[in-house]
Design a protein around this ligand. Structure first.
Ligand code: GH3
Ligand code: MG
Ligand code: MG
Length: 327
């Protein structure tokens, strides 16, 4: 069984975390200081171990954080226009950047400044002039903690059985994509699918075979998703959902029909199914057209209703609807 070969049982979770972290690319550090000479000093100290990004204003720093997603920010406190505290607070108030650790590096070596920095959400506070060895050691510690929490967060969004995203991930993602699609007036579709007569499958072939079947189905669906923004998630026991940004009704229906055909083509024997000698799925599609407003909840409940209809009309089929069709 491949999973037992890979999962040497002597490996602890910490070993897995360490292995994943050491396989990651070189961490990226953003150095922010209005004095170019100060940036230069840190660059010399860190350039052998890290990728270094540089900014000389708070605004530049915020833009770089949003676009380049550094793993850590070294931030000066006193800068014209926007000071380090404001930069740190802005980063911490934005869901996209709040997990980037910030270390203040400053000539302000009084306790009140340090307390204020930590209150803004910084993880550490280092006074100038710097001791390169201490700066390196602290950076290493914070990068390790950041890598561990990134990894744990990514695991919290995965389904343990199939390795695709889980419902928690889907729920957050569909809400974000609906917001984006409404703002940008773009289309958004979801495809829900549910395995037909899966209880009978488990009863006949056993739960282990049922688990294997779910893995094969999720892999098959995943391989049919072509665009970078497309996602599959396990929505419930034997139910999966695909999220398709920038995809309208026709495209989503086409994909749903392909998925339905691909799954029966796997020819997974199911002699107790009433619709085919092989495992099949029923599918429900819902699409938000580009210029129609809607909510994620509406879209999902429409797809769910279409899936229910596919079951009612005999299973192994697909029904779909567009948001706003009857309103
Ligand atoms: P329908 O065609 O109406 O969808 O019938 P069904 O039997 O597929 O639906 P039902 O909801 O009655 O049963 C779903 C079954 O899926 C029951 C449950 O044991 C099984 N199931 C759910 N999660 C898992 C899982 O992780 N592994 C396995 N092996 N079976 C699962
Ligand atoms: Mg089912
Ligand atoms: Mg079900």
């Amino acid at each position: 069984m491949p999973s037992t070969i890979m999962n040497n049982h002597q490996d602890s979770p910490k070993d897995h975390i360490d292995a994943a972290i050491s396989a990651a690319p070189r961490p990226r550090i953003l150095v922010v200081d209005d004095q170019a000479t100060n940036i230069q000093v840190l660059f010399q100290v860190l350039t052998n171990d890290y990728q270094i990004l540089m900014a000389t204003t708070g605004q530049q720093a915020l833009l770089l954080c949003a676009s380049k997603k550094p793993d850590l920010v070294l931030l000066d406190v006193i800068m014209p226009e926007m000071d380090g505290y404001q930069v740190c607070q802005t980063l911490k108030n934005d869901a996209l950047t709040r997990d980037i650790p910030v270390i203040f590096i400053t000539a302000q070596n009084d306790e009140a400044a340090e307390e204020r920095g930590l209150d803004c959400g910084a993880v550490d506070f280092i006074c100038k002039p710097i001791n390169p060895r201490i700066v390196k050691a602290r950076i290493k510690t914070h990068l390790m903690l950041k890598a561990q929490s990134d990894l744990l967060r990514s695991w919290a969004y995965l389904d343990g059985l199939t390795g695709v995203h889980n419902r928690r991930y889907f729920d957050e993602r569909v809400a974000a994509e609906m917001g984006r699609a409404t703002r940008n007036k773009t289309a958004l579709s979801v495809v829900m699918l549910d395995v037909d007569f899966f209880k009978r499958y488990n009863d006949r072939y056993g739960h282990q075979a049922g688990d294997d079947c779910l893995r094969r189905i999720s892999t098959t669906v995943k391989n049919k998703l072509m665009r970078a923004g497309d996602h599959i998630a396990r929505y419930g026991g034997e139910e999966f959902v695909c999220l398709l940004p920038d995809t309208g009704y026709a495209g989503a229906m086409r994909l749903a029909e392909v998925i339905g055909r691909e799954i029966i083509a796997l020819q997974i024997e199911h002699s107790d199914s009433s619709v085919a000698p092989f495992v099949t799925v029923s599918l429900g599609v819902a699409s938000k057209p580009a210029h129609i407003m809607g909510t994620a909840i509406e879209l999902i409940s429409l797809a769910d209703a279409q899936l229910y209809k596919a079951k009612e009309f005999g299973r192994h089929r697909c029904f779909g609807v567009e948001l706003g069709e009857n309103s």
